[in-house]
Design a binder for this molecule. Sequence first.
Ligand code: LLP
Length: 415
Amino acid sequence: MNFLHRRANRLHLEEVPLAHLAESYGTPLYVYSAGALTAAYQALEGALAGVPHRICYAVKANPNLAVLRHFARLGAGFDIVSGGELARVLAAGADPGRVVFSGVGKSRTEMRAALEAGIHCFNIESEAELARLDGVAGELGRVAPVSLRVNPDVDAKTHPYISTGLKQNKFGIPIEEAPRLYRLAAGLAHVRIVGLDCHIGSQLTELAPMADAADRVLALADRLAEDGMPLAHIDLGGGLGIRYRDETPPDAAAYGALLAGRMCGRRETLLVEPGRYLVGNAGVLLTRVEYLKRGADRSFLIVDAAMNDLMRPALYDAWHAIEVADPQPERVPVLCDVVGPVCETADFLGRERLLAAAEGDVLAILSAGAYGMSMSSTYNSRPRAAEVMVTGNEIHLIRERDSIASLMAGERLPA
Ligand code: LLP
């Protein structure tokens, strides 16, 4: 089912014309389709149905409370990386017993909050972190459930900034050191081993690295079981890619078959931590053209969204499709860069695009549901965008636009 479609040439998300939303709520505006969130979740759920599993949505991809509540109601667990994400998951009404806590730098305060909430598991990334967690749990008179995140040293074949499974990356425990750390963990009074975890990177478009990582992790799980440390779950991370342009990532069925095939007949529950796959293609960023600036060398469509709203093009040279919401027949197509008002050359949303647009037209930047709003900032003192969720023809404002006052709210002048 395609949630983004044209009717009478007007771009719609579900039953709602996007230009109408831009008019009502202003721009820049993030818009998500509830139906697309559900469809992606259910595709993955169906693909994993053959084995005991839990989908833990990676909150960092899109942490809006309405998105979290939507997945909680579908039965998801959550993968968090900070105390802030824990608070959001709890505020959305999710069950803390379905939360896994990832990340290399968990603070004592974050550990305490997660222990008090009663999360399912801490994914431990170093010996020092293991020792700290044992200490914090001891102070609270609790026992912390842990997995070790191992680094399987496989090349995920993705952008270097979002590749995490190589030896030279800061993530995880080298897989060859894991048995020693598991034995160490088994001897600690305030931790309890429950699982094994890995995550090799994001926007993965090939199955081979995923298969490779899974095989290495499962071989380690077997070895641990032989050593008397059977595990309750295996967490194979997130990373399933989506189509932005011409990528051909595996679909949910192929990904699910790969994982379920390997887990079939095993005693552990499978956990996965998808972010982008569940939300990426469910969202668009709407922006309005301020100016068409024609130049001898290049023309620019200067729009009211910028790198602070969608950082992916500036940071990873990421490509997002850009479409005119309501094409006007009198416009002439122009080869142009779509840029924002921020004072940086990296402030582009698309380069060398052929677009028939002019001042006042609304553009939709596609595949912006993941790592769009969540990575936005107020750089150049630009209020962060509003967010809307649509379902059928219903429209819900799920985040108000920042006000200028809110940008300055915490600031104090020295006496
Ligand atoms: N689990 C862990 C431990 C992670 O670090 C991540 C993402 C995920 C799960 C979810 O990965 P996903 O399924 O979304 O690929 N800002 C970048 C992506 C950074 C991903 C960081 N970690 C981007 O815009 O492409």
